[in-house]
Design a protein around this ligand. Structure first.
Ligand code: PMP
Ligand code: GLU
Length: 398
């Protein structure tokens, strides 16, 4: 066998694979609307780009940096969190890496021994399960339902056998559902994890993208004991429209975890690309106005797209409060149009209706599809029109 069991045991990232498939059709001249990737269509704010250009001109980007990031970036990150959440960290509590995805990967490597289990509420972001497996760990999925807005409850957690369980991953606002846990819900989960000596991996990458009167709450802000068991994962990709710069970070007061992550990074990437780190300093220490401007646009897109999608026959969903995804249950739409599975229905949306979505099985929820509304409004309107028309036309044929 050429490849390792480790590599054989994982799936390719379905979000990236669906996006690539759509790109290939677009390259063939087919007019496909891309609703696959969770990627803002905005350009990175000018002052951030300028800071990167300046760093290049001054030669600051020419050399290796400290494996866990330059001090000005760590300082800008902790200052930001102090101001935004009221949570106090020190620069030595920060590890900077090549995107939040890389940080989660390194965290799994630093935390897990063979057969250690990690609780992952389903539906979940595609990379969690594979990253846990790549570290030799075992995902312990806990399935949530539409009725509970896909949020895991302490009752469900209490029912688990916790043998070999080391951590729980909480992602609020959530990818793929857009659900946001309330402060009370997070507190209950945090206290439960503390009580059972588990680590909480809190992926807060969307926490500045919340809508209406929804509040973004960092797990670390809930209590000192919860903070001490929590590793915050965050980054610039979603809030600052900086997916290409690949800046992510972990925050934890646990010196062993932060130290181990730094050692792993020192053998792996050496450090996040220096020029990105200087851009990151500008993102966290400069004006935060562009973040709010983009958030408002996402909120408008949410209202627009939700209203259109919720009217489509056979689509069942509630309105999300954060991130930039809709995650409708479309089992009925698949049935109406003659498809045995939602996966086949999602495929038909791509090849026949020319709307690219991600099938829910990638997130552990076979009856749903994920639609990203991070892109242009005109395209969202057209996508909803194409989906509705597709259902209408194919319904008549069965
Ligand atoms: N966590 C979640 C829930 C995500 O959706 C993403 C997608 N980008 C990431 C982490 C990784 O973000 P980054 O682009 O910083 O690697
Ligand atoms: N996180 C985004 C998504 O879920 C980008 C792709 C990825 O990193 O998986 O679409």
């Amino acid at each position: 066998m050429v490849i390792s069991n480790r590599a054989k045991n994982i799936q390719e990232s379905a979000t990236l694979a669906s996006a690539q498939r759509a790109r290939e059709l677009i390259a063939q001249g087919i007019d496909v609307i891309q609703l696959t990737l969770g990627e803002p269509d905005f350009s990175t704010p000018q002052h951030i780009k300028q800071a990167a250009i300046q760093a290049i001109k001054e030669g600051n980007s020419d050399h290796y940096t400290n494996a866990t990031g330059i001090l000005p970036l760590k300082q800008a990150i902790v200052d930001f969190h102090k101001q935004y959440d009221g949570v106090t960290y020190q620069p030595q509590d920060v590890v900077v890496g090549t995107g939040a995805k890389h940080i989660l990967f390194v965290l799994c490597q630093a935390l897990l021994n063979k057969d250690d289990k990690v609780i992952i509420p389903t539906p979940y972001w595609v990379s969690y399960s594979e990253q846990v497996k790549l570290a030799g760990g075992v995902p312990l999925f806990v399935e949530t339902t539409f009725e509970q807005q896909y949020k895991v409850t302490v009752e469900q957690l209490n029912a688990l056998d916790l043998t070999h369980v080391k951590a729980i991953i909480i992602n609020s606002p959530n990818n793929p559902t857009g659900s946001v846990y309330t402060k009370e819900e997070l507190l209950q989960i945090g206290e439960w994890a503390v009580q059972h000596d588990l680590f909480i991996i809190s992926d807060e990458i969307y926490y500045r993208l919340v809508y209406g009167d929804t509040q973004a709450i960092s797990m670390a802000s809930l209590s000192e004991s919860i903070k001490s068991r929590t590793i915050i994962v965050n980054g610039v990709a979603k809030s600052y429209a900086m997916t290409g710069w690949r800046i992510g970070y972990a925050l934890s007061t646990n010196k062993d975890i932060i130290g181990a992550m730094g050692q792993i990074i020192s053998h792996e990437t050496s450090n996040l690309t220096a020029v990105s780190q200087y851009a990151g300093v500008a993102a966290y220490s400069g004006t935060q106005e562009p973040v709010e401007e983009m958030r408002k646009v996402f909120e408008e897109r949410l209202h627009l797209f939700y209203n259109l999608i919720s009217q489509i026959e056979g689509f069942k969903l509630t309105k999300p409060q954060g991130a930039f995804y809709l995650f409708p249950n479309v089992k009925e739409a698949a049935r109406l149009t003659g498809y045995d599975s939602v996966k086949e229905f999602a495929d038909a949306l791509l090849t026949k209706a020319h709307v690219a979505v991600v099938s829910g099985d990638a997130f552990g929820m076979d009856d749903c599809i994920r639609l990203s509304y991070a892109g242009d409004s005109e395209q969202l309107i057209e996508a909803a029109r194409r989906i509705a028309r597709f259902i209408d036309e194919h319904k008549r044929n069965i």
